[in-house]
Design a binder for this molecule. Structure first.
Ligand code: ADP
Length: 452
């Protein structure tokens, strides 16, 4: 198929240049010939006129002889007729036979070209009437052989044919260069994309500059890198999910085995069943988050925004997390300045705030403090979750919204996160047309600011 592109291109290029060349060459060819023929005509007319003028001025046998003598050369002839149409002198006997009848019946009052067909006739002919007195008048008839013009045309054709061949060779060389410059990189890119589709992502394409081909080539390389990253991410994602699910499952199996023991007191059994319940909750939460994420990726996810009062809404959210905050003895403050209306999807917004409050709790030490601050800014609402917890290292901040990304994996495992919460938050905020920003200092705390 790519071979066809180069052929098509070459054919287009060839046809366009060929038509252009043909047009220019024909134009040039015709012009050169025309100007040369015009030159011949005007020379013939001026010579004939000179002879006629001399003859009128000095009409005599000697003058006539003189004129005929002057024209006895290779390619020009002269003929002089009298008032009866008879030829009184001529420079050549044989050559002019075919024009005899023409010369006999001349009826011109001005100098004229009487045979102009230089392609088919052996001579071009001009007639110059002379009038000495009422008895002496007639024509000076000039003949110019067309062989020199035909020779010139022949030579010209030769030159044009040679330049045509040279142009053709140049065209071919240009085609070869074009095909090298254009088709080869395309073929390479085609091979590269084939490799990518087979799952080999280490494609290397040469640098092709900043034109469209260069851009295409770097896009392909970028695509290969992105695909490789995605493939690795997917593998890591699956491994993490497997790990994430297997940890609570191990607990569930272990504790359910213990809970089944007959020797166990009712109190102990209740304790183990409670652990089983908690772990199951955690798994349910994880699976719910995963489902949310999958739905968001498919973009089948919709938000249905509505107006509602801010204060009761955020008070209610705080109430939901209050028990877990109390368990860790962390104070949760709500600052909701005035009672204004928020325009958002309440279910999704609750999910966003719960996730952020959950993180603030998870990554704060006991006796710490978390603040949920809600402000109105023009038509928007700014919601900040401020904690005085462990904070995030500056170079990690850019990654925390990626799926399953966790700062210091071992440490996070200790906190029990799955690395999905913030990815879900980001998708939800963006689905609202909002933004989320993070400011954090390691060891001092973090601020998550959602503008919706
Ligand atoms: P996780 O379930 O592990 O908390 P998230 O997606 O919610 O996953 O968060 C990603 C990472 O960002 C976490 O592993 C954690 O290290 C970091 N992080 C999130 N919120 C906070 C916070 N309030 N303070 C410190 N680190 C945080």
């Amino acid at each position: 198929m790519l071979n066809k592109i180069s052929t098509k291109l070459a054919a287009c290029f060839f046809i366009v240049v060929f038509i252009m060349e043909l047009f220019l060459m024909t134009y040039l060819h015709q012009n050169i010939i025309q100007s040369r023929v015009d030159e011949e005509f005007s020379r013939l007319l001026s010579n004939g006129k000179n002879h006629r003028d001399v003859l009128i001025e000095n009409y005599s046998e000697t003058t006539i002889e003189h004129i005929v003598m002057m024209e006895k050369n290779d390619d020009r002839e002269v003929m002089i007729t009298n008032n009866k149409g008879k030829i009184i002198s001529r420079s050549s006997e044989s050559v002019l036979e075919e024009f005899h009848t023409l010369v006999m019946n001349l009826e011109y009052t001005n100098d004229s070209i009487i045979v102009s067909d230089w392609r088919n006739s052996s001579y071009i002919v001009s007639a110059h009437p002379y009038h000495v007195n009422d008895n002496i008048f007639g024509y000076v008839v000039m003949f110019q052989s067309t062989s020199s013009i035909n020779q010139m045309v022949h030579n010209l054709n030769m030159h044009f044919a040679i330049s045509g061949v040279i142009a053709f060779i140049i065209l071919f060389i240009v085609y070869a260069i074009l095909s090298k410059l254009l088709t080869r990189p395309l073929l390479r890119m085609k091979k590269a994309t084939e490799k990518i589709s087979k799952g080999e992502f280490n494609v290397s394409l040469p640098y092709l500059g900043k034109d469209e081909l260069g851009e295409l080539s770097s896009s392909i390389q970028k695509l290969a890198k992105d695909l490789e990253r995605l493939k690795n991410e997917r593998n890591e994602f699956l491994a993490s999910i497997a790990h994430e699910l297997s940890t609570p499952l191990t607990y569930l199996i272990g504790y359910s085995n213990i809970a089944m023991r007959k020797s166990l007191t009712e109190e102990d059994r209740a304790h183990y069943l409670k652990i089983i319940g908690e772990e199951s909750e955690r798994m349910k939460e994880l699976v719910k988050n995963l489902l949310d994420l999958a739905r968001m990726d498919e973009t089948s996810f919709t938000v249905s925004k509505e107006h509602f009062f801010a204060r009761p809404f955020f008070e209610n959210v705080c109430k939901l997390v209050q028990p877990s905050y109390e368990m860790k003895i962390i104070k949760l403050n709500l600052i909701c300045e005035e009672d204004f209306q928020v325009y958002a999807d309440p279910v999704r917004l609750e999910q966003i705030i719960l996730n952020l409050l959950d993180n603030a709790l998870k990554y704060s030490d006991e006796h710490s403090e978390v603040t949920l601050e809600v402000q109105k800014y023009e038509t928007k609402t700014i919601i900040s979750v401020i904690d005085k917890g462990i904070g995030i290292q500056a170079d990690e901040i850019g990654f925390i919204f990626e799926k399953l990304y966790r700062v210091e994996k071992s440490r996070s495992r200790q906190f029990g996160g799955s690395g999905i919460g913030l990815a879900v938050v980001k998708e939800l905020v963006e689905a609202h047309g909002g933004t989320i920003e993070v400011k954090s200092i390691l060891g001092e705390g973090s601020i998550f600011k959602v503008t919706i």
